[in-house]
Design a protein around this ligand. Sequence first.
Ligand SMILES: Nc1nc2c(ncn2[C@@H]2O[C@H](COP(=O)(O)OP(=O)(O)O)[C@@H](O)[C@H]2O)c(=O)[nH]1
Ligand SMILES: [Mg+2]
Length: 455
Amino acid sequence: MVHQMTVETIAAVATPFGEGAIALLRLSGAAALEVAGRVCRVAKGEFADLRARRLHRAKVLSPDGSVLDDVLVSVHRAPASYTGEDVVEITCHGGILVTRRVLDALLGAGARAAEPGEFTQRAFLNGKMDLTQAEAVMDLIGAQTDLALRAASEQLAGRLGQRVNGLRDDLLSLVAHVEAYIDFPDEDIDPDTGAALLARFDATLGALDALLATAGQGRILREGVRTVIYGEPNVGKSSLLNALVGHERAIVSETPGTTRDTVEECINLRGLPLRLIDTAGLRETADPVENAGIARTRDTLARADLALRLVDASQPPSLQVPAPPGAAVEILVLNKIDLGLAPTWTAHADPAVVRISCRTGEGLDALAAAVYERVTGGQLAWNPSAAAINARHQRCLARARESLSIARAALAAGTSPEFVALDLRAALDAVGEVVGGVDTEEILGKIFSTFCLGK
Ligand SMILES: Nc1nc2c(ncn2[C@@H]2O[C@H](COP(=O)(O)OP(=O)(O)O)[C@@H](O)[C@H]2O)c(=O)[nH]1
Ligand SMILES: [Mg+2]
């Protein structure tokens, strides 16, 4: 808690900018009570003596002494607060101007405007939470579906941190074991001990791999399944996007080549966040703008998790075969079944093919079911109850895995323990970075700058 003494007191509006019933302002730092006390006049006694964790009525005064607003304040004394520092929260009326004036008064009384995420950063620096929990705060705020929300709150509760700390303990005990041999240079690692050590290396590698395997799911929960609708012009791609979104998001027209740019919209499909992407139809064309759109379609397809290949089933399949979707899972969707099926498609009895009409809405439920099934049913790894790492965790753990494999190979080859220990330590550091064992300014700056103000 040395931190508390050295840092400035920060203030921010924690509720969204705009007109509302109430707005919440937050102050954190050693001088939080002092600053708030200069601005707020409480009904009874002194501000500094206010009972913690109770709501108190107060008047906020402007610099000229006039009353700015009638507010409620609560005081949270260090270390029993969100940030681990003294915290004051002020609930004022939620007008844009009045909120701004209360903040100005606090800034004028000695607080500094907080950077995005600075409150949570302080919570982390004061040991209130590890880095995975701090990141979960933003995941929770940004969660768009129940599954994403559940994953974020598990992470906030420290589940991921626990698993990572388990890995750290394993690595630490391996380091201790290997380094013990450094201190006794005459002693070789005997074959039995060597074999037992290797087995422990393998178990730790397995645990690392299990966590790394959750990266895909983590990305989907945070960013949504990248679902690309593609096909030839005029088959109904934009109509499908609109039907799934529930309103007219993309322009639908009988003129082929209308969609030139990719259109994105997030939907919640049975709890699964889906990032739907409508694309320009694939065909040969001389129009440079349309061609740029088509190039973008191919690019988008290459990064898709799921591709919905749409065809107009009232027409025979054309010879202009669209580009293959790369590595993505694909579902073939026959549209316009209200117009009747062309003979080729009638014969197409594959149960994996979904038949829909964007015009009548027929088959859209079946399509949703097929999408859910393909995403969660093993085609993409999916286990909503488990931890799901983010891209930063993935980078750290991949580095840890690399170092650990090098250490294992060195041990197996009978290399001197010093070298094995060196790579083991590198693995340990990389795993430590996930929970924030090393707090380099740069890493923290990157993480917390993505936060909302006042959080
Ligand atoms: N009959 C029928 N027409 C459709 C259906 N879906 C789309 N259309 C029509 O097909 C044309 C092209 O649709 P659009 O969504 O712009 O196709 P896109 O070029 O693939 O994006 C429009 O005139 C739509 O009204 C459908 O299920 N049935
Ligand atoms: Mg279109």
